[in-house]
Design a protein around this ligand. Structure first.
Ligand SMILES: [Zn+2]
Length: 123
């Protein structure tokens, strides 16, 4: 949960605070510029945005390592506790390019893009 604080001199600061706390820890309520107490502390829940990950596909057997530059793509939503992992693997560069499809979008849009891409098809 983001919290936005403001002191009486109109300084504004933001802190990401653990979910479930009714207010930020006292050190976060002190203005970073002049040390005075916040007069405003306002919650801003995290928006529904997709988390993306590159998951290494490398294997290791008898001292040999294979699939060194192959990665599964994974997208997940903390809000709906859902995760999708690609059926195929991508090189690092290709995977980074694909992950940009999921920049700044909500889970519903992400699922639509996932279905339109080649993520569900094995190589
Ligand atoms: Zn201040």
């Amino acid at each position: 949960m983001w919290w936005m604080m403001q002191c009486e001199d109109s300084h504004v600061w933001w802190r990401l605070v653990e979910e479930g706390l009714s207010e930020p820890p006292s050190e976060d309520l002190r203005c970073p510029e002049d040390g005075t107490e916040a007069i405003v502390a306002m919650r801003h829940p995290l928006a529904d945005r997709v988390t993306v990950a590159l998951v290494p596909a490398a294997w290791e057997r008898e001292g040999k390592i294979g699939f060194r530059d192959q990665y599964f793509l994974e997208i997940s939503s903390s809000r709906s506790s859902r995760t999708l992992r690609s059926a195929r693997t991508y090189s690092w560069d290709k995977a980074v390019e694909r992950l940009s499809w999921f920049k700044d979008i909500d889970w519903e849009s992400a699922e639509r893009r996932w279905t339109r891409g080649d993520f569900t098809k094995p190589e």
